[in-house]
Structure formats: structure tokens, C-alpha cells
Design a protein around this ligand. Structure first.
Ligand code: NAD
Ligand code: UDP
Length: 319
């Protein structure tokens, strides 16, 4: 625990704070008057994402890989560090799984030392290619343990195990969030995820690459809604509220529908082209958020059309 608790200003560590979600979370916490320490290796995150914070006296950046231990004095930890896009996490799969597993151990040891709350950014990928639809938190999933996505899926599953073992064995106050596909400004334009790919392709007039026949579904959450959920969950003053909770927008779209929406909203002349479906690509995904709604009094407010317009405006500034 930091010794600055004479005020309501908290000192918060965000691992992965220079990434897409981490930079939005930073912005929200700084705006709420807190102090943020970002620990990031800059593997997929960028200095551009955090450039607007650098003159803020309550912001600090540490270039650090969480597979190594870290000592800082903070009141809360958000553990977000991990490449999230399939292209990025498959680039060095051994390091990806080390990030999830050794990173979780290092951050949980830090939380134990500081006796502070810690939130884990888990993922809907823990459900794998789900046979239960929509996915409820009590579903154990359908994950290939030896496939190309396993470094990410199994790494995140093991991190959840570690969080719950530290909770049971060491009494650590944990918050585990299963994030469903989230999009918005500051996504990496080349990270290969579907929303950034489609918008960049549409804006450049390049063909829109549909993997498979485009009938697979995802449910897309706008970043502001997601980050509001993070903070509400962390603020809950109840050490039994561990989660895991699903955080996402239940409005489900096929990938083909997403492509058509992007083309319409960008007035693009791009055509749809078919590419092979990546190995182990989940066929469907939709969060069941009844528990989250009740626990956090939380609701996603920004629907796909509005969120895509905001995201398109951001990507236009990059071209
Ligand atoms: P991102 O790639 O933009 O951000 C990840 C950040 O972690 C980057 O800044 C990267 O440099 C940093 N990082 C990676 N490995 C690291 C390491 N070993 N040590 C320190 N820093 C490291 O991805 P994002 O979309 O912002 O995702 C953030 C978190 O949320 C990830 O844990 C991801 O698994 C999870 N998540 C995201 C989504 C989504 O749709 N965006 C969905 C499910 C889960
Ligand atoms: N996808 C696609 N074209 C692309 C990028 C992705 O059709 O250019 C598909 C991908 O096969 C998957 C879905 O979009 O079915 C979501 O992919 P993403 O990588 O964004 O996230 P994840 O598979 O991890 O949900």
C-alpha cells in the first residue's frame, strides 16, 4: 500500500498501460484524479498511445516486461499486459504464455506484498470455440490445449487459476474480468484484429478480407463501456466479488455483417474477398451479462454504429 492515503487519490499500477485498453483506462483514472504508473514492455503498445499523459505529474511510465518481478508502491493493480491480437500473440507464443503465467505470478506476488486489490484482464477466449451460447461464466469452455491459439487461451486460463489460488491460499482481493471483443480508437492499425483491419482496408479502398465465409459471429464492445466496467468492478468494496465476470456487449454480428457496416459507414468502394479461416477460429461468441449487470449496475451504452463512427474518425487521422 502506498502511504498517500491521506487523500482519495489512489496510486494505480497498470501493466500493459501503453496498449489499446490500458491507455483508455489510464485516461479515465487520471481524469478521476488518480495517479497512474504504467509498466509496459512496448511489445505491442506504443509511445503514441501515452504521449498525451507524459506531461501529467501524476503519470509515470516504466519500460518493464512483467515476466520479471516488479517492486512499486501502489494501492491497486490492473494486470492488462499481454498481446491480444492473434497475429501478435502468435508471433512469439512462448513469450505470450510466459507473459500470462509468469506475469500473473509476479503481479500476484506484488499484490500479496502490498496487500492490495488486483484485476486480471482475462478473455472470452477461455471459452474457446464454445458449445454453449451465449457464454455464461459457469461454462468451462472448449479449448484446444495444443493449437496455435493455445499460448493465449491456455495462458489466460492458467492466469485465472493463479488468481483464484492466490485468493484462496493468500486471501488476495482479486477481480477477474473476461473481456469480449472490444474496439475503439488507439487500436493498433496493423494488429490484424477484425475491426482495425476492416476499417483500414475500407479507408484505403483495399479489399475487405473475410476469413472463411464470414458466418462466424462476434459481439463488439466499445472501449469506453468496457473501461467503465473495469473501474466499477475494482471499486466494489467486497472481497468476495472476485468474478469471473463477462464484460462485453451482447449485440452479436456475423463478420460479414460487420464488413457491410464498415463499408456503409466509410462510403467505401472496397469489395469483399474471401481468405482461409485461421486454425481454431471460434464460430460464435456472445457474452451473457446478467451477473455483470446485477453486480455492477453496468450496461454497455454505445452500440456498434456509434462506436464504429468514432473508431473510423480515429483511423482517418492515421491515413
Ligand atoms: P494491446 O496489445 O493493445 O495491449 C497490450 C499491452 O501489453 C501492450 O502495450 C504491450 O506492449 C504490453 N505487453 C505485452 N506483453 C508484455 C509483457 N510481457 N510485459 C509488459 N508489457 C507487455 O492489447 P489490448 O487490446 O489493449 O489488450 C489488453 C488486455 O486485455 C490483454 O491482456 C488482452 O489479453 C485483454 N483482452 C483484450 C481484448 C480486446 O478485445 N481488446 C479481448 C480480450 C482480452
Ligand atoms: N477476421 C476476418 N478478417 C480479418 C480479421 C479477422 O474475417 O481481416 C475474423 C477472424 O477470423 C475471426 C473474427 O474476424 O473470426 C474476429 O477476429 P479477431 O482477430 O478480431 O478476434 P478473435 O478471433 O480473437 O475474436
Amino acid at each position: 500500500m502506498s502511504l498517500n492515503n491521506y487523500s482519495s487519490r489512489k496510486r494505480v499500477l497498470i501493466t500493459g498501460g501503453a496498449g489499446f485498453l490500458g491507455s483508455h483506462l489510464t485516461e479515465k483514472l487520471l481524469n478521476e484524479g488518480h495517479e497512474v504508473i504504467c509498466a509496459d514492455s512496448l511489445f505491442t503498445g506504443t509511445k503514441d498511445n501515452i504521449a498525451s499523459f507524459k506531461d501529467n505529474p501524476y503519470y509515470e511510465f516504466i519500460r518493464h516486461d512483467i515476466t520479471n518481478p516488479l517492486q512499486v508502491e501502489v494501492d491497486e493493480i490492473y494486470n492488462l499486459a499481454c498481446p491480444a491480437s492473434p497475429i501478435h500473440y502468435q508471433h512469439n507464443p512462448i513469450h505470450t504464455i510466459k507473459t500470462s503465467v509468469m506475469g500473473a505470478i509476479n503481479m500476484l506476488e506484488l499484490a500479496k506484498h502490498l496487500q492490495c486489490k488486483i484485476l486480471q484482464a482475462s478473455t472470452s477466449e477461455v471459452y474457446g470455440d464454445p458449445t454453449v451460447h451465449p457464454q455464461t461464466e459457469d461454462y468451462w469452455g472448449n479449448v484446444n490445449p495444443i493449437g496455435v491459439r493455445s499460448c493465449y487461451d491456455e495462458g489466460k486460463r492458467c492466469a485465472e487459476t493463479l488468481f483464484f489460488d492466490f485468493h484462496r491460499q493468500e486471501n488476495i482481493d482479486i477481480r477477474v474480468v473476461r473481456i469480449f471483443n472490444t474496439y475503439g480508437p488507439r487500436m493498433h492499425p496493423e494488429d490484424g484484429r477484425v475491426v482495425s483491419n476492416f476499417i483500414m482496408q475500407a479507408l484505403r479502398g483495399d479489399p475487405i478480407t473475410i476469413y472463411g465465409d464470414g458466418s462466424q459471429s462476434r459481439s463488439f464492445c466499445y472501449v469506453d463501456d468496457l473501461v467503465n466496467g473495469f473501474v466499477k468492478f475494482m471499486e466494489l468494496d467486497d472481497s468476495t466479488a472476485t468474478g469471473p465476470i463477462n464484460l462485453g456487449n451482447p449485440n452479436e454480428f456475423t463478420i460479414k455483417e460487420l464488413a457491410e457496416n464498415v463499408i456503409r459507414l466509410t462510403n467505401s468502394k472496397s469489395e469483399l474477398v474471401s481468405k482461409p479461416l485461421p486454425k481454431d477460429d471460434p464460430q460464435q461468441r456472445q457474452p451473457e451479462i446478467t451477473n455483470t449487470r446485477k453486480l455492477l449496475d453496468w450496461e454497455p451504452n454505445i452500440q456498434l454504429e456509434e462506436g464504429l463512427k468514432k473508431t473510423i474518425s480515429y483511423f482517418e487521422t492515421l491515413i
